[in-house]
Write a new protein. Sequence first.
Lengths: 424, 424
Amino acid sequence: MNEAVMNPKTSAADIDAVRIDGERLWNSLMELAQIGATPKGGVCRLTLTDLDKQGRDLVLQWARDAGMTVTIDKIGNAFMRRAGRNNALPPIVTGSHIDTQPTGGKFDGNYGVLAGIEVVRTLNDHGIETEAPIEVAFWTNEEGSRFVPVMMGSGVFAKAFTLEHAYAAKDTAGKSVKEELERIGYIGTEEPGQHPIGAYFETHIEQGPVLEDNDVTIGVVQGVLGIRWFDCTVTGMEAHAGPTPMALRKDALQVATHLMQEVVAAALRHKPHGRGTVGMVQVFPNSRNVIPGRVQFSIDLRNATDALVDTMADEVKAFAAKLSQESGLPIEIKQVSGYPAQAFHPDCVDAVGRAAAKLGYSNMPAVSGAGHDAVYMAQLAPAGMIFIPCKDGISHNEIEDAKPEHITAGCNVLLHAMLERAGT
Amino acid sequence: MNEAVMNPKTSAADIDAVRIDGERLWNSLMELAQIGATPKGGVCRLTLTDLDKQGRDLVLQWARDAGMTVTIDKIGNAFMRRAGRNNALPPIVTGSHIDTQPTGGKFDGNYGVLAGIEVVRTLNDHGIETEAPIEVAFWTNEEGSRFVPVMMGSGVFAKAFTLEHAYAAKDTAGKSVKEELERIGYIGTEEPGQHPIGAYFETHIEQGPVLEDNDVTIGVVQGVLGIRWFDCTVTGMEAHAGPTPMALRKDALQVATHLMQEVVAAALRHKPHGRGTVGMVQVFPNSRNVIPGRVQFSIDLRNATDALVDTMADEVKAFAAKLSQESGLPIEIKQVSGYPAQAFHPDCVDAVGRAAAKLGYSNMPAVSGAGHDAVYMAQLAPAGMIFIPCKDGISHNEIEDAKPEHITAGCNVLLHAMLERAGT
């Protein structure tokens, strides 16, 4: 802790007037995005690669430059700490991840981590001391594109699965998480989950189109949708398209199309947060002049509560049973995975809402349709998220983009929500 | 010609009573099926391979044993001739092909060729002399699985494309039709198409389920359905399944399902021969939690006349235009190929019907949904086809099967239809 920048005499009104340095934050984002930069303007910095090590080193250097202390745990999660007045209090934590998809963008994850660093830099600039310590975390392997499961670091931290399970995960080249952590020097000594957390905030691009569509700056995230994933197989009878009259066909694809439509219909019956997607389809034998004998496809159902997701799933299954009976074709629906819905803590949600209102940013309640490290943190402590718009709702793509004013706004909301929770 | 077996004194009544030797035909089918036999009971004898050469050699040996003379043309088509009383008349020809699919069966094609051999053996047994000569042909590369185009030998013969075009076709190993014909010694000297044809009959398993479903022995084939093949692309917007609410989606697959259903609906509106098939589907990016941004699929439309196929195509296109307007998603439909409908000659169709009736076999009018060498022959001379049931309508499969009594029946119909046309 750099005592020189501390100034306990800042008043409450002064604190309300504090704003982060948007240009500094933007510049840090652009500098980090150089590591693994792709020709199309994106970033490829897969978890636990040399590039990930470079990224981690840079972020930790910035943290140390801001007077923070660093702890690494056994799964490589990093905690950068700015002491408070009362260091017996659990820290108010913010964070996200800095690993990217193979053709990822500059903002997903990285924004949440660097917004935390910018909050600390701003506190330092204004000599603001907080009651509880402030911490900024980055979690290992949120993306899951090199190693599964996704949200690995926060998942181990929240004991969703064991450290051993995570260590054993291998990439397609056969390298394990443990050996790669050791290789890049990011296998720490702290037991994951030992770290106390007073509250957790995560700032993130929305990765969806709602804020942009509503021309709103801040999404006050209420929670994360529950998800059920199913594999569905319709079995018909492969036959030649020419010699087989319509009445004697068992066309698996035609039957499947009705069920694919029902997936969307079920979502539309359970507004506003119901979502139904068929993203993956395989037709067998997939030949122009052969009637499909088998069709496999994925079903992705989401909604704001587990009960609603269950209702949607029940409706889709009932439709499938009826369709199977009518068509005479067997239909199998098998759940392959599921994630419970996770409401964020009212205190944190309200802190985000209050900060946005105080700062004069247009804001609206939002839900997260995708998983985030904050979901695991919400199992351990009060948690909340701040969304900002991203261009066309696109992420996991090199063209992912966000406006500097939104980047700044989200970080200002983070600053004031954290200050409310940490106390000044 | 073996003069010893000729007996010009056979009466018309005697001739009506003549039947082929079903066991001999069956045994020949089983013997030929040994060449390239697969463990699952099928045959893999791809065109112009060593196995094809062995098959060709065996069939020609049988022809010579039956006193026939052999001509090979430049594309490897073989014509096995039994002289008539008036050899100035164009021959009455039957035939098919002996090449198979990679996982083909014992009957597709082979039956049509060996039924012709059995007709000649039967004429010999009974000392029957015909007015016009009788010929049995096998056509090179009907299947098209090693070299495209399909129906290559009959296509060159009918001048649907040139000999040079066929010669230049290469397999995946880079070997050309011409070098493979030379290598196996089946590049003849006769100009393809020089051979006169008085009439053409082809006996074939139905490759569809209609005869079996109606419990009928003989299909009197009226013609071959016209075909149009299209490639269709629906373009939406790829987006994450989680964060994207239903109202803001441009789900290419959901739009595509409606058009896939219209393909079937168009066929059902144009009974009894309308057929509509979507056999091939590709979804992009085909990921479980990504809303499909693009879907490509094939459309196969068939009907008994070209006008009906055109009407179906127009209806599907109009539906697509409306769907595109309603959904706001571009839909492109592009014709990739088409084959005109081909009606068989009434004289040949009637000859088949009369023979089936005379022999007391249950029979019904049939259409061929698939292409056959007979389609090209129908462009050159009166032509007709005889269908027999195959098990579950399955062909192009190692489990392809046909009953010996149907094999026998079809060959008896061929015998009497050919005798009617050749004159005795």
